[in-house]
Ligand binder design. Structure first.
Ligand code: PEP
Length: 248
């Protein structure tokens, strides 16, 4: 299975940063490697990145979408708008959305359904807090998130991102054994729900992935790629992670 390395720029990125995305595309075009690569910039840059990187090796994704296609929702952006701007995917249920905007599993599921309605790949994020891990509830928490957040629709347009909340932006990562155990658990869940199609669903790891730990994490069974925050902002670091996924 080809790995997917997706960069989540979060609320970072101005016109000057289009150069970083161009540098990623140039690094890949020269190599023609064996991984899929995506950048999810802030909404303000989606159309410009899509046009700057058109027909190249880097796909563009959104970071969130509204569940409805259009309407009176000031400040929100629909999946159809993301597609219209040139995105082919959208992240839904990121822990920062779940926390900052009180998004629950039903909301995340509705957003994933909206992504499918608009023809986008839905990257659905799950992950436990540190408190949940310490009390031994990580697997149950993730199971509940998977059950509540994944729509019944097309499993071919679903990617799961396992992101332990306590590892995001902290420089801390779970042990390799803990990542392996959780990815196996998620894989089993997807196979139970979707049968053989579940086998093909990529499960990304996210949380302080960087050039120095990417190869080790990406080699773990059922790790189908990475969702990369901080280390995706500089082309050099992001390309090093793509290289660790076989993409260079
Ligand atoms: C993320 O926010 O999706 C993420 C993984 O962030 P970081 O790589 O900075 O921990």
């Amino acid at each position: 299975m080809r790995k997917l390395i997706a960069g989540n720029w979060k609320m970072n990125g101005l016109t000057a940063d289009i150069a970083e995305a161009r540098a990623v595309a140039a690094g890949l075009a020269a190599a023609g490697g064996k991984a899929d690569v995506m950048i999810c910039p802030p909404a303000t840059l989606i159309a410009r990145l899509a046009s700057a990187l058109e027909n190249g090796p880097v796909a563009i994704g959104g970071q969130d979408c509204h569940a409805e296609a259009a309407g009176a929702h000031t400040g929100d952006i629909s999946a159809e708008m993301l597609a219209d701007a040139g995105a082919s995917a959208v992240i839904v249920g990121h822990s920062e959305r779940r926390t900052d905007h009180n998004e629950d599993d039903a909301t995340v599921r509705a957003k994933a359904e909206a992504a499918h309605r608009a023809g986008l790949l839905a990257i659905i994020c799950v992950g436990e807090t540190e408190e949940e891990r310490l009390r031994g509830a990580a697997a149950d928490v993730v199971t509940a998130q998977l059950s509540g957040s994944i729509p019944d629709g097309d499993p071919g347009r679903i990617v799961i991102a396992y992101e332990p909340v306590w590892a995001i932006g902290t420089g801390r990562t779970p042990t390799g054994d803990d990542i392996a155990e959780m990815h196996h658990h998620i894989h089993r869940h997807l196979c139970d729900r979707f049968g053989s199609a579940g086998e093909e669903i990529r499960i990304l790891y996210g949380g302080s992935m960087k050039p120095s730990n990417a190869a080790e994490i990406l080699a773990i069974a059922h790790v189908g790629g990475g969702l990369v925050g901080g280390a995706s902002l500089k082309a050099k670091d992001f390309l090093a992670i793509v290289g660790a996924a076989g993409g260079l």
